[in-house]
Design a protein around this ligand. Structure first.
Ligand SMILES: [Zn+2]
Length: 329
């Protein structure tokens, strides 16, 4: 593997505020010597910890980009100790297209880490972030929400890790973020995730799922804004008092938390986000989309808990995710 083709138009280690781009040459039909330009802001002041804050890993999730645009426009270096590296649209091609995956190579960025310097556009971005930015960071916060096909209760999450010291630090950072829900998260498909790459470098990592359905709300953005502020205080980069409210603690012990569609059709939810469910309780039923007079397929919870995520919009395909039932601790 070689050197990254990506260059930063701003210094990553200079005091003050610098707004610029990560510039990736991308030759294509409409621009022979064109580039992908990924916005970046670095705010730094003296020696201290570094936080790397990323949004739009998936291009159709908006709390991160909005809250990080706010932060990039307002963070005063005089108020911090250390450095904050802000990438509101880490997956700029997907963000510009309003899609989860990149329209350039169809790649899902959060399954493409650690990337390759000589790979596709998405792999090149992943490689740069993994080899040039993550090593600078003490803490990494990667914003997600449900995008166009999922909706979530607003939560911050940390993963169960082999290194218990690192796990405790990640859990503490998740609690500092203080979303209305806090989840010890099990990933159903963790190979190639940014999370896994950051954790493998021994860093503190927090992720979120703050809503979804292809948009952001005033409430979900306010959770993101408060979470950033709290995390920067927790890390020692900002001074001040954290704003802490009650947070419902949820666990995802195993894959019985997940319910998937065994048929395609028109989905009727019987339980809404945040509502309790019992084991074997029907959480949704799927009506045929193309005929009448046929009984719906029932989707049952496989464990008791709280309805934490669901599919959007109204039609499902066979194999689609239907519901996440997480367990209150
Ligand atoms: Zn996402």
């Amino acid at each position: 593997m070689g050197q990254s083709m990506i260059t930063s138009t701003i210094p990553l280690d200079a005091n003050g505020v610098h707004h610029g781009f990560l510039k990736l040459p991308y030759s294509r039909n409409d621009s022979a010597w064109g580039s992908v330009m990924i916005p970046i802001t670095v705010v730094a002041n003296g020696d201290g910890p570094t936080a790397l804050l990323t949004g739009a890993n998936h291009g159709d999730e908006y709390e991160g980009p909005i809250a990080l645009q706010n932060l990039a426009a307002s963070l005063d270096p005089a108020t911090i100790t250390g450095r904050v590296i802000i990438l509101p649209m880490m997956n700029q091609p997907a963000f510009a297209a309003g899609t989860r995956c990149s329209p350039i190579d169809d790649a899902n960025m959060n399954r493409s880490f650690p990337g390759k310097p000589d790979g596709t556009v998405t792999q090149k971005i992943c490689h740069y972030v993994a080899t040039e930015l993550v090593p600078l960071a003490d803490v990494v916060l990667d914003f997600h929400s449900g995008g166009r096909t999922l909706d979530f209760l607003p939560f911050a999450a940390a993963h169960i890790l082999d290194d218990k010291t690192q796990e405790a630090a990640c859990m503490a950072a998740m609690q500092a973020f203080n979303a209305p829900y806090s989840v010890r998260m099990l990933e159903i498909d963790n190979v190639g995730m940014f999370d896994t790459e950051v954790e493998s470098q021994g860093k503190i990592f927090v992720t979120t799922e703050l809503g979804g359905a292809g948009t952001a709300t005033a409430k979900s953005v306010s959770i993101a804004v408060k979470g950033i502020q709290n995390l920067l205080i927790h890390t020692g980069i900002l001074q001040g008092e954290m704003q802490i409210s009650d947070s419902v603690q949820l666990d995802m012990p195993d894959d019985t938390c997940f319910v998937f569609a065994r048929d395609a059709g028109l989905i009727e939810y019987l339980v809404d986000l945040g509502e309790p469910v019992a084991i074997d309780q029907p959480i949704a039923r799927i009506w045929p989309a193309d005929r009448t007079g046929v009984a719906p397929t029932i989707c049952h919870a496989q464990r008791a808990g709280i309805m934490t995520a669901r599919h959007v919009p109204g039609l499902v395909k066979m194999g689609d995710f239907v519901g996440l039932v997480a367990v209150p601790i």
